[in-house]
Design a protein around this ligand. Structure first.
Ligand SMILES: Nc1nc2c(c(=O)[nH]1)N[C@@H](CN(C=O)c1ccc(C(=O)N[C@@H](CCC(=O)O)C(=O)O)cc1)CN2
Length: 296
């Protein structure tokens, strides 16, 4: 969104780029307002939508995120069941726990907080979640269905990124989107989702040669690399849209926000960007799973 301003030094009008701050709290509030009606409908019919969260071990950041999810559920009238397992839990024990939740008709969504301790086979645990209750979009089947454009709940952070683009009507079709990161619940699914919206997608990762050059060519940059302030200001093409999915300690994103600001046309901050929309998306999926289970 270019803006013409008077440049006093040159004594003339010149074009500058006015960055648009993509407000995650606004998008999240919008999603929650849409979900509220369905929550009321379910409760009127005697059903309380319910999300089960599983936290394994004592990682303080993960504990915070699970607490944030439980609080967000409570505010919207969604029940949350919090399961906390010790760090020594085995893959088999975790899978048994998940199977019990699969069989519990009062539970509509299951969320296993990532990461789990290293000795656990996280993929096997994610894949133990039944597809109907995979509101966090972490199963292999859910990923595949989404990538092929069939119905399934997408991973929450990728869905949040798409929700922000949609909310602000930022064009994706024909744009060159560069995703930095290829994790199974973020980089890979967001690449597939952008592709399904007709972007030309490049997925960069730790083995990409000349990563900066790819970013410099991007109309849309999605930073999902897990390294604080990784994306530098001079990597970003003038007018690019930058979405920061980073959640590094100290609430620091993967983008050097201040350095990128003069170059971008739109950008998500951290905090108050992708994060709150991720949680709102989880609530939306949980309520949708409950609606579907009730035959709506
Ligand atoms: N099973 C999953 N595990 C993890 C996911 C996920 O989507 N599913 N995502 C991340 C972390 N995450 C949710 O779990 C998450 C991180 C940060 C935020 C957030 O809203 N952050 C706030 C700032 C935090 C604060 O206020 O203290 C913000 O950005 O404004 C939401 C979700 C890893 N694991």
């Amino acid at each position: 969104m270019p803006l013409y301003v008077f440049n006093w030094e040159k004594g003339m009008m010149s074009m500058t780029i006015r960055p648009f701050i993509l407000d995650g709290n606004e998008v999240a509030a919008n999603i929650k307002a849409l979900v509220e009606g369905d929550v009321k409908k379910l409760i009127a019919g005697g059903i309380i939508p319910c999300l089960a969260t599983i936290l394994v071990g004592d990682d303080p950041a993960s504990a915070t995120y699970v607490r944030m999810k439980a609080n967000a559920c409570k505010r919207l009238g969604i029940q949350s069941v919090r399961i906390e397992l010790p760090g020594e839990t085995t893959t088999e024990q975790l899978i048994r726990e998940i199977q019990q939740l699969n069989e519990n008709p009062g539970v509509h969504g299951i969320l296993l907080q990532h990461p789990v301790p290293h000795h656990i086979d996280e993929r096997a645990a994610f894949d133990a979640i039944s597809i109907e209750k995979d509101v966090d979009g972490v199963t292999t089947q859910g990923f595949a269905q989404n990538a092929f454009g069939f119905a399934a709940f997408p991973s929450c952070t990728p869905a949040a990124i798409i929700a922000i683009l949609d909310h602000y009507r930022l064009p994706v079709l024909g744009k060159h989107a560069v995703v930095i990161g290829r994790s199974p619940i973020l980089g890979k699914p967001v690449s597939a989702m952008l592709l399904n919206k007709d972007a030309t997608v490049t997925t960069c990762h730790s083995k990409t040669v000349n990563l900066e050059e790819f970013v410099r060519a991007a109309d849309i940059v999605v930073a999902a690399v897990g390294k604080p302030r990784f994306v530098k200001g001079d990597w970003v093409k003038p007018g690019a849209v930058v979405l920061d999915a980073g959640y590094n300690p100290g609430n620091i994103g993967d983008v050097d926000y201040e350095a990128c600001l003069p170059h971008v046309s739109a950008i998500t901050p951290v905090p108050a960007g992708v994060g709150p929309v991720t949680i709102a998306t989880l609530l939306k999926h949980t309520v949708a799973a409950a609606m579907k289970a009730q035959g709506y």
